[in-house]
Design a protein around this ligand. Structure first.
Ligand code: DGL
Length: 275
């Protein structure tokens, strides 16, 4: 892993769909010369409603494909797969460094609002496992945590319906469900990599003063730290390459993925793969 040629291998980034592109974008901004290889398992999305056994199996298959293509580090840019399977993936991919998004998200929230009340918006599977609750309470025992499953927000993001009345009313409904007993969050954690695309609608619907926390930039900082500490930063001076893999729907991936990236993608930019 430390040989000079290996340092120019890509960072592998994996999500169930296009949501992980929010993390890719943050890594690209912080580390513009690194090569990036992204895989969205769009054929099997959503992961958030599946059983832990299925999520672990899917995540292992997807990440094994990235490892076959040769990567130097893996980012599990999916909260659901991070919550359910990070340990299994670290073991499965060893000695490759594997970074999840839950702990960086929890750490960003407790740093921004120490001793605060945190509302985690995430998928059913992430909420069921209480992954954020554990990570936050470990980092800040004075914090209060409430978790709300918001499965429809994944569908809205994949559809590209991220702004306007429909998105705002659905977000309002979820916030209403989460807000019993006078719970007023100091932070709202976007505990699903699809949700940053709905930031505007979430901010409009959120109680005044609630800070939206996104794990993308904190995860990128963790990636930078691991590359440094393992001596595997790329040797490129110029901008790194990006390559996109998906298991289905190149046209949809390109349309919605372009919104996530803030730059146009063509279906020809997406390589379809079978796991
Ligand atoms: N992007 C995934 C996450 O961060 C969730 C989407 C899904 O349910 O597959 O949890």
């Amino acid at each position: 892993m430390n040989a000079a040629t290996d340092n120019n291998l890509p960072i592998g980034i994996f999500d169930s769909g296009v949501g992980g592109l929010t993390v890719l974008q943050a890594i690209r901004s912080l580390l513009p010369t690194e090569n990036l290889l992204y895989l969205g398992d769009t054929a099997r999305l959503p992961y958030g409603t599946k059983s832990p056994a299925s999520i672990t199996r899917y995540a292992k298959q997807a990440t094994a494909m990235l490892q076959e293509r040769r990567i130097k580090l893996l980012v599990v840019a999916c909260n659901t797969a991070s919550a359910v399977a990070l340990g299994a993936l670290q073991e499965h991919m060893s000695p490759l460094p594997v970074i999840g998004v839950v702990e960086p998200g929890a750490s960003a929230a407790v740093t921004a609002r120490p001793g605060g009340a945190h509302l985690v918006l995430a998928t059913e599977a992430t909420v069921r496992l209480g992954a954020y609750r554990r990570a936050i309470e470990f980092l800040d025992p004075a914090a209060t945590v409430r978790e709300q499953a918001c499965e429809l927000l994944v569908a809205l993001a994949e559809e590209g319906w991220t702004q306007g009345d429909i998105a705002t009313s659905i977000v309002r409904r979820y916030l209403l469900e989460a807000g019993g007993n006078g719970f007023r969050p100091d932070s709202i954690i976007l505990g699903c990599t699809h949700f940053p695309l709905l930031s505007e609608a979430i901010q409009v619907a959120a109680p005044a003063g609630a800070l939206l926390v996104n794990s993308a930039s904190t995860t990128a900082a963790v990636v930078a730290g691991v590359l440094q500490s393992q001596g595997i930063c790329c040797d490129n001076d110029s901008s790194g390459g990006m390559h996109f893999l998906a298991t289905d729907g190149a046209t949809r991936f390109a349309r919605v993925g372009g919104q996530f990236l803030g730059q146009p993608l063509s279906p020809n930019d997406i390589e379809l793969v079978d796991l």
